[in-house]
Write a protein that binds this ligand. Sequence first.
Ligand code: C5P
Length: 409
Amino acid sequence: MAEPCPTPLLGRRVVVAVSGGVAAYKIAALVSRLVQDGAEVRVAMTEAAQRFIGPVTFRGLTNRPVAVDMWADLPEPEAYEHIALARFAELLVLAPATANTLAKLAHGLADNLVTTTLLATQAPILLAPAMNAAMWENPLTQANVARLREAGFHFVGPETGRLGCGETGAGRMSEPEDIRAVVLALLSPENGPLAGRRVLITAGPTREWLDPVRFLSNPSTGKMGLALAQEAAARGAQVTVVLGPTTESVPPGVEAVRVDTAKQMRQAVAARLAGIDVFIGAAAVADYRPEASAEQKLKKTGAPVEVSLQPTVDIIAEVAVSPDRPTVVVGFAAESQDLESQAAAKLERKGLDLIVANDITQPGSGFGTDTNEVLLLDHTGKREQLARMPKRTVAERIWERVEELLGNR
Ligand code: C5P
């Protein structure tokens, strides 16, 4: 029998928002469990919550600062804490959800860090109510809950049992293990925005051999393409990467087809194109290959050598006109000058839906770095400049755009 995965939430981003109720002490156990599951957890607290449990506890458990101040100064790209949290979250959990915070949420109020974050996010929100039984059964609370359910909020609990106030009744927060189970279900890739979609990505460099020991290549590591693959898998897609030579590891759940030359990459793509919804050409494919590759190692004679180069086939341009054309075709443009006009021309010439342009002369952008600073241009004329950010975050933003372009198609 297969071992259960020890880190089912590896790399998933969860914000746990804590409002002020006695059950707040149990949230330490929930946060600890989610961290052990591999999630990246950030905690936000209301002022009232801090009377029940200290931010220091959560800072220790998550190894990250705890968000308590709406007015904290943040570095770029997100100037405000609630926007940073709202964007970071793949899922937000409000636990305990007090009658007061539920009431504010039901009416769109945003008067503290937790409520502003909840209103600002596009991620799903899970609510774990906890309150005195009379407060829970109060028709006003019940009307708020009905309103929130209708608006698509998810609920776990409350249970009936012993309450913090000493009474017994409905209003007891679900146990951390039960909240975690719902978090797992909500974050399972089957529920992701790319569930049921098939994605094919090229990544890494290619090698064009002059002889058995020498080749033409470039410094691409495949990091950007692999980040895109990882993010697509997390969003529920079935992902294949056609990967040039690299030492980077392939994310779990992603199928990799290893290739070496541009020709092999082209063949590997063509053989897998049928039924693909999204193709992303993130590979730095060689544009030229030596006309002839010597079978034996070329001898050093001391005399100059001339090498004749032949153009390779443009893989992405071929994909874009294929009878099996995926619904969305995304290319990259690494430029060292005239970034925007070059990228726009490439988008047009290659028949792409979206192009991700980066200026490879900028520090922290382009080949081999862990960050990237890109400009997104799409076929509808939409233009979006992203700040410098980790490649995984760039990947998220690209997928958000691709999901828009996919729409219901
Ligand atoms: O024209 P240029 O090489 O700058 O275009 C870059 C884009 O085209 C990238 O998306 C790259 O993966 C793709 N490409 C390709 N096949 C080639 C050359 C580039 O798919 N032979």
